[in-house]
Design a protein around this ligand. Structure first.
Ligand code: FAD
Length: 421
């Protein structure tokens, strides 16, 4: 089968077969159950933000694009903005309400954080917001920002197609991916003559695109067969072949599938790099038993991924002449920020929800890999580093769920491999 991919993932020294085995046997089952837990299932998002690039796109009215939001009492107390009194992170600084808010918001590691270090940490946050983040994160103080239960709104076929998604994808590839000179959108060699970082940017986007399209193939809506039956979501092999068979895609399908493995490897590496930080995180929801279980579950998951020997090597990127490397990194970051803004132009709410979540997850991975902080396995995670490196809850939630989507896509390829052979 064309979807029995082999050999190394491009620009990485890791074999596709090894990733298949790691993901399908170990990562996928563990992550799948972890993502059902309260800490990960509630995602705060603003789906009302206007599109900053064009105004003529109407929101789609398809039934399957609808997002079911949560009522206030469905969300665990510890996650709510107003649950200050039970927020254990803020014990040491309860008098300073503003500080408390920020501390909780950022999932701070050190509960006994001093006023002095809080000041340093605030400076870092300000600095970080301007220069180090790779995507726009919704301001969750606006009333338009709502909690969504991801389990009630699965990513799947919605019927969103035609001019609107084509404009989104075209604008991402044509205006934000780096292109060889004279390149025309959709042509065969999108990477000819590009440097490693520029190729990485394209592959990350293409891998995400593959993942989104695999999910809609895997959970495709079939209409009711008769008046007595209901419509149902199940795998659609024809749709899969249409999108990935080399015969139907001018030979590009298998490469697009392979790009998914690249995206997966990058996010996997970010999780490994942030492992010392994540191992200290409390995953606080206000329910001690639940929080303990999740903390243990995350530890088990991190142990699995840390033991994998063939990780993506981010140190190969943005090397060489520091001025050139810095310029490239700034461009990379700006282009990625644009992609995150484009997500507010997606015309289907369900697709927008998952698009925003996955781009934010990818942006968080890039921040972990390239924000310049030493938080990797090799580095000592001392108090100083703890203060300097912070992730917001929404970054952690989007990183895990975004990676969960990629993991589920790789699992889905195996399913289609069986269905088509
Ligand atoms: P598209 O997927 O729209 O692709 C457009 C063109 O891009 C193709 O013709 C091809 O030239 C190129 N291309 C395709 N795949 C790749 C790749 N992997 N790498 C590089 N180039 C590629 N639909 C749903 O049903 N459910 C969803 O949850 C959903 N989420 C979406 C989220 C976002 C952010 C966007 C922009 C769209 C989403 N869609 C979703 C729509 C879906 O992605 C497709 O756009 C739609 O199904 C139409 O598909 P298409 O065959 O016309 O090609």
């Amino acid at each position: 089968c064309f979807c029995k991919l082999q050999g190394e993932v491009d620009d990485c020294s890791c074999k596709v077969e090894n990733l298949d085995s790691l993901n399908n046997k170990k990562i996928y089952p563990v992550l799948r159950s972890l993502l059902q837990r309260d800490y990960f299932r509630y995602f705060k998002v603003n789906l009302m933000k206007p599109c900053p690039f064009w105004s003529d796109d109407s929101r789609c009215a398809l039934k399957d694009c609808h997002v079911q939001s949560c009522t206030e009492d469905q969300v665990p107390e510890g996650l709510k903005g107003k649950g200050k009194e039970i927020n254990k992170y803020s014990e040491g600084a309860q008098k300073e309400e503003q500080n408390c808010d920020e501390e909780r918001e950022l999932g701070a590691l050190d509960r006994t954080i001093s006023a002095e270090s809080m000041e340093a940490f605030k400076n870092w946050t300000q600095h970080d917001d301007k220069q180090e983040t790779f995507c726009e994160i919704d301001d969750d103080n606006t009333p338009d920002c709502q909690y969504v239960d991801l389990l009630l709104n699965p990513e799947r076929y919605t019927g969103y197609k035609g001019a609107s998604p084509h404009r989104i994808w075209k604008s991402i590839y044509e205006e934000n991916c780096f292109k060889p000179e004279g390149y025309v959108y959709g042509s065969k060699k999108p990477l000819a003559g590009l440097c490693l970082e520029q190729r990485a940017f394209y592959r990350l986007i293409s891998g995400l695109h593959t993942s989104i399209n695999l999910h809609l193939c895997n959970e495709y809506l079939f209409p009711a067969k008769n008046l007595l039956s209901a419509p149902e979501f199940r795998s659609n092999t024809e749709e899969f072949l249409k999108r990935f068979d080399p015969k139907a895609t001018k030979g590009q399908g298998p490469q697009r599938l392979k790009n998914l493995y690249f995206t997966y490897l990058v996010e996997l590496r970010a999780l490994v790099k942030a492992a010392p930080y994540l191992e200290e995180e409390d995953f606080f929801t206000g329910n001690p038993e639940e929080d303990k279980d999740v903390k243990e579950g995350v530890k088990d998951f991190l142990e699995i991924i840390k033991s994998f020997p063939e990780h993506f090597d981010e140190s190969k990127l943005f090397k060489g002449d520091p001025k050139v490397a810095e310029k490239l990194k700034t461009e990379f970051r700006e282009h990625f920020r644009n992609v995150s803004r484009i997500m507010d132009c997606v015309g289907c709410d369900k697709c927008r929800l998952w698009g925003k979540l996955q781009v934010q997850g990818m942006g968080t991975a890039l921040k972990i890999l390239f924000s310049g902080d030493r938080i990797g396995l090799q580095s000592t995670v001392n108090a100083h580093h703890k203060q300097r490196f912070q992730l917001r809850r929404s970054e952690i939630v989007s990183l895990f769920n975004g990676f969960g989507r990629l993991s589920s896509s790789i699992h889905t390829i195996e399913k289609f491999r069986k269905l088509t052979s």
